[in-house]
Design a protein. Structure first.
Length: 411
């Protein structure tokens, strides 16, 4: 029920306290929302820090990939040089073996007693030819290795393209974060405006409390006038005086409550000032975040340039080794189809024994081949001696009879 003084309705202290409590609660909620902004901005800064670390990690991985591509190019060049050297050596060995085989064939047709020895030489020469075939097989293996390197270079180029796509995604994410920071700044400005509105409402409330106090003062004056005019009505005046005394006490209580409300409104204004300062700090930090995002974008552009360079190098490697891979592909296919696992292991063991075989070739076979030019005169002399021995045997009396008897015994 509303309080009436001299017939005029006056808001009671409960109404004033209820309105003030509502304003204070709403102001507390606004302060809570504004107070949560720094923590959210801190979380965004942490997210951006993690994003920067990931971008730096991507840049380091791209640099590592570039170093690995350079290493692969160097190894491929050294392999090509080794393949050329091995091909030249194999060609010389094959030519030399062909010449030796021709000379050995001529010697076999001319020399009978030396046939067994020449046969052994032919077998060893065949082993050397097998070694030459093993060298050719290693050349094919080297070609297959070069093809694998080209495939790895293609994979590296694909990884570089994937990194470029991921860097583009990171740049888009950074732009989205910048937009979110702008939205947060706009929200902070709106909150500052709402805090200003709250401060204005609090000032209006203080003014209304002052008006209520003035009206209460006027009512006290009017009660005093009524008490002077009702001098004859002592009982009624006493009752009215008692009511006026209670009213004055209640007005004093309202004034005290209004003073507390004014103090609370002052505290709210101070808190709002602090929040505005913190919002300014958040805006400053958001500017730093924007600068960091710009730095990330520049780093991403640099990474894209490096990835483009890596792609160009990969293209050059493909252009350089594509003919070699195409040329060695049929030979590698033939090796894969015809060679079994046991044969591959045997070839590996043969390659392991190549140093000892080379030593044996230099120390055993080459000296024998160097003495082959003296075999012809020795064979002619041996034939002459055999001819003389045959003539001498034919001149022995009864030799033909002994020969016929031996042939008859053999039959």
């Amino acid at each position: 029920m509303a309080l009436r003084i001299a017939g005029f309705p006056v808001p009671g202290p409960a109404d004033l306290l209820s309105g003030a409590s509502t304003v204070v609660e709403w102001t507390g909620e606004a302060a809570g929302v504004v107070a949560s902004l720094p923590s959210r901005a801190g979380e965004m800064l942490d997210d951006l820090g993690g994003l920067l670390q990931r971008v730096h990690g991507i840049a380091d991985r791209v640099e590592t990939l570039l170093d690995r591509v350079d290493g692969v190019a160097g190894r491929a060049e050294s392999l090509v040089e080794r393949v050329d050297t091995v091909v030249d050596e194999a060609s010389g060995i094959v030519t030399y073996v062909q010449g030796v085989a021709g000379d050995a064939a001529g010697l076999v047709s001319r020399v009978g007693p030396v046939v067994d020895h020449a046969t052994r030489l032919v077998e060893r020469v065949t082993g050397v030819a097998g070694d030459a075939e093993g060298l050719v097989a290693r050349v094919g293996t080297v070609a297959g290795t070069a093809e694998g390197l080209v495939s790895r270079v293609d994979t590296v180029a694909g990884n570089a393209e994937g990194l470029v796509d991921r860097v583009t995604t990171v740049a888009g994410t950074a732009e989205g974060l910048v937009d979110r920071v702008g939205t947060v700044a706009g929200t902070a400005e709106g909150l500052v405006e709402r805090v200003g509105t709250v401060a204005g409402n609090a000032e209006g409330l203080v003014e209304r409390v002052s008006v209520v106090a003035d009206e209460a003062t006027g009512l006290v004056k009017r009660v005093s006038v009524v008490a002077d005019e009702a001098t004859g009505l002592v009982e009624r005046v006493s009752v009215v005086a008692g009511d006026a005394t209670g009213l004055v006490a209640r007005v004093d209580a309202v004034a005290d409550d209004a003073s507390g409300l004014v103090e609370r409104v002052s505290l709210v204004a101070q808190d709002a000032t602090g929040l505005v300062a913190r919002v300014d700090g958040v805006a400053t930090e958001a500017s730093g975040v924007v600068d960091a995002a710009n730095t990330v974008a520049r780093d991403a552009a640099h990474v894209v340039e490096q990835a483009s360079g890596a792609s160009g190098q990969a293209t050059e490697l493909l252009t350089l080794y594509a003919p070699l891979a195409k040329q060695g592909a049929p030979l590698a296919q033939r090796f894969v189809e015809e060679l079994s696992e046991d044969e591959v292991h045997a070839a590996i063991r043969l390659v392991d024994h190549l140093p000892s075989l080379t030593d044996s070739l230099e120390t055993d076979i080459m000296p024998i081949l160097a003495t082959l030019d003296r075999v012809g005169p020795d064979v002619h002399e041996l034939l002459n001696v055999l001819k003389e021995v045959r003539q001498a045997i034919n001149g022995i009396p009864g030799f033909n009879l002994l020969r016929r008897r031996g042939e008859r015994d053999e039959n």
